[in-house]
Ligand binder design. Structure first.
Ligand SMILES: [Zn+2]
Length: 118
């Protein structure tokens, strides 16, 4: 934690110098600064943990192409999306393929999966 550690060391020196100079007002102010620095360090640690957690979630979403999709018999749909995705390609090859819709027929050009919709 480079910058925070450096700042802490500077403040420690400042407190020592203020004590040597018998300047209690400066000692108190420097101690206040030190407390604020500890608060910032805690915030920083919390934010770093949150970033790591979010990066992990992004990684999981990227790894799972079916994330956010609703499964149906032979295909997937996504909310607010008019496309149909082939379930065979997604389940077997982790590939998100948009199916062609022709009337009640859904057709996957990648694997030949055909679905007749009710
Ligand atoms: Zn397919």
């Amino acid at each position: 934690m480079g910058a925070i550690k450096d700042t802490y060391d500077i403040l420690k020196d400042l407190i020592t110098m203020a004590k040597d100079a018998d300047n209690q007002v400066l000692v108190d102010k420097a101690c206040e600064l030190q407390e604020r620095l500890f608060d910032l360090r805690e915030d920083n640690q919390r934010l770093k943990a949150k970033v790591a957690e979010l990066e992990n979630q992004i990684r999981q979403l990227k790894d799972d192409p079916a994330s956010g999709l609703t499964p149906h018999d032979g295909y997937y749909t996504k909310q607010d999306d008019h496309r149909f995705f082939c379930a065979l390609c997604l389940d077997n090859r982790k590939k998100k393929v948009t199916m062609i819709k022709d009337g009640k027929l859904l057709f996957c050009t990648e694997c030949g999966n055909r679905i007749i919709m009710d």
